[in-house]
Ligand binder design. Structure first.
Ligand SMILES: Nc1nc2c(c(=O)[nH]1)N[C@H]1C(S)=C(S)[C@@H](COP(=O)(O)OP(=O)(O)OC[C@H]3O[C@@H](n4cnc5c(=O)[nH]c(N)nc54)[C@H](O)[C@@H]3O)O[C@H]1N2
Ligand SMILES: Nc1nc2c(c(=O)[nH]1)N[C@H]1C(S)=C(S)[C@@H](COP(=O)(O)OP(=O)(O)OC[C@H]3O[C@@H](n4cnc5c(=O)[nH]c(N)nc54)[C@H](O)[C@@H]3O)O[C@H]1N2
Ligand SMILES: [Mo]
Length: 759
């Protein structure tokens, strides 16, 4: 039997702190996955589900977007994947009786952890204008309400259609089609807060906004640089790949302000040795200051340029553009500024250079540590410069590897979830479906919040996710949501976004990945694309959490029929019955998906084409791979302040809190902690265990405060603090975003720490 959800809340946030660990996974990870799974699902269901994760005939893990290896273990999942599955396959239920007992004001006082622990949503629920609680509603009535509000808008651009990255290709394709037939490109998605900086930088420099390596490339690499990423927690299966790469002779450089356990040592629970000794992964740890990466790569580039015969001249001449201008800027890089920006020593950088020059095949992997800064786009461009210099793109064992977050965030973008669609994509839609898609760009996440705040958008519809908790500047975002006429969430679980609503609100409960999807045309499967451009099928096997659930494609299809009505010539009914008919359309609209239904029937799926990787062809504006020469930037830190990064604990999935145990960092039983370097703590007179308010300082002069954080002395880089997201989103100003990509700069927030009144 599964256990009951916790009754009491707010959860006592009383952090206990022990020394951080120096290795990840191993037996404790296995035990922890089984414990969590049993608690939510009971023993039998645990066995049934976990053995199906990431198998060729099973479902895609709803955790991260790391690809599956060709030879899979019987247990091809990790501790955090098991938690993601348990969270969805839980036997706990949030029923109409639950909503009757809990007015919205009550739910709004609960923690995100408590809300999530209540279980799966079972019925469509409606919060009428002026009502104090949600009531059950029929699907027909729910679609009527949305239809009423959408048709009352002065312009389709007053509606916003958000997507989180778990949505399947089929659902995403229908969703963007519906939004565009309705008349808007307002399709913000979690990518705007995530890898948008990678997409922007890569599209401009190599012509494709996706990574250029496959798993085999990692195995063949001589050197893998992991910058701004914590795979031990967020992509645990990547550790097996890194271990295998090391066995093949690769060396690893980790670039991070924190010594993350997974990167130090990995105990692979699937090998006998892994259960005891474990493999050391990192050969060189560069403990960089937050936002110092552009300076680091720029200096490395200068040093490469100054080394006789170190550049790949033939590649540069044949395949690149802008080399001279870049080389001039790189030669001007100075040691002093670089050491200041990075906090590294000369010896560190000399050692890194040695490893770079010794490597014939280099891969650079990164995630949020590189994408969520003001200067993220130039930082990632500099990584591309670094790889181009030695011809490390478009050959085996080398390339760019932005490691994606949500399990289908990359696929959603491929399917057209984008507020700035390429004209060629819209042309293809127009040709296939015979309507004129809107051409003006729509709102991204930050612009959508502004539009809602300013009354320019009035309906907010979310396909998954937890917009209110995930977005920056919580107070501003909440005010914006409350100004909406209608907010709608297609969700599996209860979350904060259901408690901060427009005048009217709907919760539409949907199937998760693990569940059987039965439609008029029989049992359906969906498809997803992983971080390396592999597309494959995902089939759920569990009985749905409730018989009132509709699948995401069904929800979009019914909504489209209700809202678009007769004039729409799109066969929405047929799409709902048989997803293969959706895939036929995708095959005709999206390049790389030709013959989709036949190819996805192949176990393991197929790889999408990638011109730079496959043929060293760079579809950029110049037709070549572009070197770029942006000025080097790094965050400015005023006296007596710290630079705060907002990051994930080991026990959460974005805004979903699994538990309060950040095991590898030694923090248990609470989340309101701020990690501070002991020397900074001494200078600022912050005793370990004392309580502080984090106050963010931004040029608009508004004081943003997150009260009551326990100070933890922790070996982070000097001047750099860390605290968990989403609690710290109150501190991230809406306007503090990355240049070009407009991604909230949640990894470099200037804060002062004030003794808490309650201390
Ligand atoms: N279990 C679990 N898995 C997940 C998620 C989850 O919440 N839980 N989230 C998913 C999603 S959507 C995403 S996007 C990914 C996120 O995966 P990550 O990017 O690994 O997530 P973060 O916790 O934000 O960690 C950022 C890492 O970058 C480092 N860092 C921060 N700033 C800098 C910097 O300026 N320079 C450098 N070099 N390093 C820096 C931090 O110390 C930390 O190690 O994970 C995905 N997988
Ligand atoms: N300060 C700060 N802010 C950040 C970040 C950070 O590092 N720091 N990271 C950013 C990043 S990288 C991301 S990706 C965003 C994440 O932003 P989101 O993707 O919006 O947030 P999640 O927490 O992943 O969404 C969880 C909710 O999704 C719903 N859900 C789960 N599975 C399904 C499903 O199969 N279908 C449907 N319809 N719903 C489902 C559940 O109701 C659950 O409550 O947050 C961003 N915000
Ligand atoms: Mo993400």
């Amino acid at each position: 039997m599964a256990s009951k959800p916790p009754a009491s809340d707010p959860v006592q946030d009383a952090p206990q702190v022990a020394a951080p660990q120096h290795h990840a996974a191993g037996l404790p990870a296995v035990k922890e996955s089984l414990r969590i799974a049993r608690e939510q699902m009971g023993v039998r269901r645990t066995a049934l589900t976990l053995l199906r994760v990431n198998q060729k005939d099973g479902f895609d893990c709803p955790g991260c977007a790391w690809p599956e290896p060709e030879h899979r273990h019987a247990a091809e999942f990790c501790e955090n994947g098991a938690k993601a599955v348990a969270e969805e396959a839980t036997l706990r239920r949030v029923t109409p009786e639950f909503f009757a007992a809990h007015p919205v004001a009550d739910l709004a006082r609960r923690s995100g952890y408590w809300l999530g622990q209540q279980g799966r949503l079972t019925h469509p629920m409606y919060l009428a204008e002026g009502a104090d609680r949600y009531e059950p509603v029929t699907w027909e009535r729910a679609f009527d309400i949305i239809g009423e509000e959408l048709t009352a808008l002065a312009s389709p651009d007053e509606a916003v259609f958000y997507t989180s990255g778990r949505t399947s290709n089929e659902a995403a394709f229908l969703y963007q089609l519906f939004a565009r037939e309705f008349g808007t490109n307002n399709l913000p998605d979690c990518s705007n807060m995530c890898h948008e900086s990678s997409g922007s930088a890569l599209t401009e420099t190599i012509g494709v906004g996706k990574g250029s390596v496959l798993l085999e490339d990692l195995y063949k690499a001589d050197l893998i640089i992991v910058a701004g990423q914590n795979p031990g927690t967020n992509h645990p299966r990547m550790l097996s790949a890194l271990e295998k790469a090391k066995e093949g002779g690769a060396r690893i450089i980790s670039v991070n302000p924190l010594p993350e356990a997974g990167l130090e040592k990995f105990k692979n629970p699937q090998t006998p040795r892994g259960l005891t000794r474990g493999a050391s992964l990192t050969d060189l740890f560069l403990q960089i200051r937050l936002g110092g990466d552009q300076a680091l790569f720029r200096l490395l580039n200068k040093l490469i340029l100054e080394t006789e015969g170190a550049t790949d001249e033939a590649f540069i001449a044949e395949h690149t553009h802008g080399y001279e201008e870049f080389a001039e800027a790189a030669r001007a890089a100075g040691w002093d500024e670089t050491l200041k920006a990075t906090g590294l020593s000369r010896a560190d950088i000399d050692r890194a250079l040695e490893m770079v020059l010794a490597s014939r095949r280099t891969v650079v992997c990164w995630a949020m540590g590189l994408t969520q800064h003001k200067h993220s786009v130039p930082t990632i461009r500099e990584v591309v410069n670094f790889l181009l210099l030695r011809g490390n793109i478009g050959r085996p064992g080398a390339g760019v590897c932005p490691v994606r977050g949500h399990s289908n965030v990359q696929g959603d973008r491929t399917m057209g979830i984008f507020e700035r669609p390429a004209p060629a994509f819209l042309d293809a839609l127009e040709k296939e479906f015979g309507f004129a898609p809107p051409r003006a760009h729509g709102y991204d996440v930050v612009r959508a919040i502004r539009a809602l705040r300013d009354g320019e958008a009035k309906v907010f519809f979310a396909m998954g996710g937890n917009f209110v908790a995930a977005s920056p500047d919580t107070e501003v975002t909440e005010t914006a949501m409350r100004r909406a006429r209608l907010t709608v969430h297609v969700s599996t679980k209860l979350n904060r976004s259901h408690t901060v609503t427009g005048a009217r609100a709907l919760i539409l409960p949907t199937l998760g990945r693990t569940e059987r999807d039965l439609q008029g045309g029989g049992e359906q499967f969906v498809t997803v694309e992983d971080s390396m451009g592999m597309v494959h099928a995902s089939r759920g096997r569990l009985d749905p959490a409730s018989r009132h659930l509709l699948s995401e494609p069904a929800i979009v299809a019914r909504l489209a029929r209700r809202v678009l009505g007769e004039p729409s010539r799109t066969p929405w009914e047929e799409f709902e019955k048989d997803y293969a008919t959706i895939r036929d359309r995708i095959a005709r609209v999206v390049p790389g998906f030709e013959d989709f239904n036949a190819r996805v029937a192949h176990p393991g799926g197929f790889t999408l084409p990638h011109a730079p990787r496959d043929e060293r062809r760079f579809p950029t504006s110049t037709g070549k791979a572009n070197f770029t020469a942006a000025p080097v930037e790094h965050p400015h830190l005023p006296e007596g302040r710290l630079l705060l990064q907002t990051l994930r604990s080991h026990d959460q999935y974005n805004t979903t809190i699994y538990g309060l145990d950040d095991r590898y960092r030694g923090i248990r039983n609470g989340r309101r902690v701020v990690l501070v370097n002991p020397e900074d703590a001494r200078d600022l007179a912050l005793a370990d265990g004392s309580y502080v308010d984090l106050v963010s300082e931004w040029r608009d002069g508004v004081e943003r405060r997150a009260p009551g954080f326990r100070v933890v002395h922790y070996p982070t880089a000097r001047g750099c603090a860390a605290a968990y997201y989403p609690e710290t989103n109150v501190l991230v100003p809406l306007d503090a975003t990355a240049d070009v990509s407009n991604t909230p700069a949640g990894k470099s927030v200037v804060v002062r720490l004030e003794q808490s009144a309650t201390d």
